[in-house]
Write a protein that binds this ligand. Structure first.
Ligand code: ATP
Length: 216
């Protein structure tokens, strides 16, 4: 579904990604784990064409490396960016409507948002805001959803709720998540990669495998 081949990324002369090979198949949730500054956000930017790159990005087998960011998004790559990218002075529903009109989809995934639909986003908790951001990304009906550290600053209870939704939708919308929170990511991801200093240093095939690496 989504694949990078020897993907390199640069900010001016600084090379941030050193040839990343990663893949998300249909129906899968895949995690890119790694410490601060590893290049996780840069990998997302490189997939979207928002940074200077070398190497290739494939979507459904087609090389999209030379497409503009909006063209890649239009093909079906949805993004939930770091910091959520919401409009804080607009209501929940207004934020959702900017992405599409299938409000039922958003509210069926996150019923809580329906009751709060006329509330300004800035008056919602961090967890609720993250739900709005994910719902908004899904309303545009992407084939792959890319999430940039959605766990940031959120309590375990909310994370459990969000993980439950991502687990539910992954069969229909493939997921690529970059995360520092291994426990959260692996509560719904099927497999993953560890990114350190711009290189994939480890691939793992299951939650158990990564837990051994991190927690024992
Ligand atoms: P974090 O979890 O802190 O967001 P990350 O793994 O997402 O980290 P990136 O944000 O991709 O890491 O940053 C990777 C490296 O690229 C860092 O060394 C960072 O300083 C550098 N970097 C990021 N953005 C720019 C930029 N616009 N110009 C120059 N260097 C940048």
């Amino acid at each position: 579904m989504l694949k990078t081949e020897d993907l390199k990324a640069f900010y001016g002369k600084a090379q941030i990604l050193n040839g990343v090979n990663a893949e998300v198949n249909r129906g899968e949730a895949v995690a890119i784990l790694g410490p601060n500054g590893a290049g996780k956000t840069t990998l997302i930017r490189a997939i979207l064409g928002l940074v200077e790159t070398e190497g290739k990005v494939f979507f459904n087998g087609t090389d999209i490396s030379s497409l503009k960011p909006h063209e890649r998004v239009r093909l079906g790559i949805g993004v939930c960016p770091e910091g959520r990218g919401l409009f804080p002075n607009m209501t929940v529903e207004e934020n959702l409507l900017l992405a599409g009109d299938d409000l039922d989809l958003a509210y069926s995934l996150f019923p809580k948002l329906k009751n709060r639909r006329n509330q300004l986003v800035k008056q919602m908790s961090g967890g609720e805001q993250q739900m709005v951001a994910i719902a908004r990304a899904l309303i545009s009906k992407p084939k792959v959803l890319i999430l940039d550290e959605p766990s940031m600053g959120l309590a375990p209870k909310v994370l459990k709720e969000i993980a439950g939704v991502l687990k539910e939708i992954k069969r229909e919308v493939s997921i690529l998540i970059v995360e520092q929170n291994v426990k959260f990511a692996m509560s719904f991801a099927d497999r993953g990669y560890v990114l350190v200093k711009g290189s994939i240093v480890k691939e793992f095939e299951s939650k158990e495998e990564i837990e051994k690496l991190y927690f024992t």
